[in-house]
Design a protein. Sequence first.
Lengths: 411, 449
Amino acid sequence: MRHIVKPLLRHRMMPLLVVLQVALACAIACNALFLLQQKLVPLLTPDGVGQPQQLVVAWNLAPRGQPWPVSTLRQTAAELRAIPGVTVVSLAGSWPMETMAQMTGTVLADGRDGKADAVIYIGDHLRSTLDLKLVAGRDFSAAEDVVVYKNIGIDDDGPTIITRALANRLFPDGHALGKVIRIGDQADAGRRTVVGVVAHLMRNKFSQDNRDDIDYSMLFPGTPSNWPVPMFGVRVRSAAEVASVLKAVKATVQRELGSNMIQGIDPAYETYGDMRQRMLAQPRAAVWLLSGVSLIVLLVALVGIMGMTSYWVQQRTRQIGIRRALGAKRSDILHHIQWENLMVMSAGILLGMVLAYAVNLWLMRHYELTRLPWQYLPLGAVLMLALGQLAVLSPALRAAKVPPVVATRSV
Amino acid sequence: MFAYNLELALHGLRRFPRSTLLVVLTVALGLAACMTTLTLLHVLSADPLPGRSQHLYLAWVDTVLAKPKGNGSTDMALDGISYSQGYERIKLADAQALLAAHRAPRQVVVTDMIADIVSEDGKHAQNQQLILATSADFIPMFGVSLRYGRNWTAAEDAAHAPVAVIDTDLARELFGTADAVGRGVRLNHTVFRVVGVIVPYAPQPRFYGLNFGAYSSDGGEGLYLPYTAALDAGLTPPDADACDAAYQDAHHGMSGDPKHCASLNVWVQLDTPHQVTDYRRFLQNYVEQQKALAGFGKPARSTLTDVADWLKRNDAVPDSARLNVWLAASFLLLCMFNVVGLLSARFLRQSVEVGIRRALGAPRRAIFLRHVLEAGLACLVGGVLALPLTLLGLWVLRQQGDEFSGLVRLDPTMFGALFALALAVGVLVGLVPAWRVSRVEPGLQVKSE
């Protein structure tokens, strides 16, 4: 060990430069990969909606003056249901992948300390229109779906269907069915009894939180009144009929509601698959950008380490020749250079970890980022070590090829 | 001497083409990343109205007759059409009172509306356009430059006169000519007479109309009209911060009716700190005298916000833009360390020659200068290469699909900044290796040879 450390300490500049470079690359790579992972969450998490291309959504319907009466909206829904090729229609207050109307809040498990920030979707026939996979309990009954709330419905009591992730969060013992969830912590908060659990349903605005949070959603049956931005989901029987249904939905909604819409706010008609595509375009673009950045950072670090090590090896050609002449094997030289690299890299990585953490703390304070999970540090370390070994391979092999006879020459 | 050193530096660059290429590429990558993100930040955080914005203040008084919103843990947010978010807007009566009080050198009512703009003959129409309902002081106060005709007057404001000022783009689209003074445009069945034509006006960010987005790649409003006449014509702002409780109970929709809902901004121009203090006091007095507010359990609230604060409060510059600059700056630092290493290795490989030069009488200063020059030259070449890379980076940014990404262009300032940065990086990066190589002892090198 000493014969590796000593020359490093004697010629400080090159190893020091490598250490600094590795530290910096490590800090950047850890934080960039962390940002990347956060952008990946909404792309990788299943949103729970079945057959996204066979679901037509009419949204951004903003009434001029008073909201449409529920009777008008239900009439429109009935007309939509009559379109050939339509299997089920939902009249809803908010919708996955649609951020204009959001209902979010803290929900609490009644009588225990389970608590979560969840998204609420209110509407009739929601489960069947979204084609969510029921993993426990039942769908809402017809009687539950015809309820008309006096207001939006958040404060009313009734049944609810929640996602498995939310069920596990609020009721860790695994028995969510039949339990009560309070919507908000006030005394008069709405109380919802869990009647069903679905596999997944993504919230409609993804925060930068952990993976579970994105799947904390609740469904309420019924129809809100006095809700300014209602929307319709229309499930189409087969892919072949989507285009014609889309056209018919547009015509029907325009006919029923068009005369009463706010000027300047254009209603939108599209498939849920397209909505999802549009909503995820930004995170997807960011993922490409960040992966590009990480790759270039690693590449630059690789080139830098390689360049410096090869100079560092070349400078000691004569010493290597002497060692060879004194009986060192090729593998000894190879391992010497590799060990040396490992030690320099380790020093750089240690420094880099501290730096990465400091940077993350600073970012947390200024940019509302979450804490860098500790798993990233060993991951980054292994990555950098592998990178270092890769960079040193060619100079080390060159060093190992130095013949002992070099020792006898003057240069 | 300088020319000789320059020649030597150029020779040095050519001597190790591979290492030169590596240095140039690394520098170019670092510079391009930095410039791309800086350009974005530069565009986003630019002063919307240089020289004027520091005198503009947004005045707000809370006179909505409703109980203050509780901090319930369940809230509903309607993004897009701002429903719950406040833009410090006030009701019509208060806006008129603040204007009539005339306590500031200049004061205007500002609100965006949406309307179909039709030429008088009905032949040309621009549907669903953003228009700005304001008052007479807007054009002088916000630095809008008139091309033809005149601004409307305070008297025309008071008389609810149907007049309008349009920009040259709209004039050409509607009338085929930029000079459209005297023509008529129809908005909602009312004909507005064009009294003036302005040069297209679109400060970025559009700080006086943030509810319609801070950045617009396609320009802002094309038509400006007196808010009094606009309201007479049945045009209203599409949304409001809040409405009187009695009105809200009867009309549940999103209404921007300024009689009952806070949907108008009042901007004032205040030139001295003294005026600012006075105006602040005036606003607070005004809201404290509102007898109608008693019984709603609200504290008397008023604010006066300057443009910089207003933009900051509304997060007009997205966090991601700043974050990217930090990422890119640290990347540049990494590239610089890299280049320091590459250059050191390369300079020290030439120690033999340096030793000979020193032995022949070259002073340390000359050796140092020659190597700093070599580093600087390499980085300048990197800077040149960084230019196309920056353009590529900006193109990538435009593909990101944010609302502001269409605005991102490299302007001459940033172009100059790129080269200044390249030179600075070159000298900085050259210092350590050049110092190191200038320490080479003359005798030693000659001996080992």
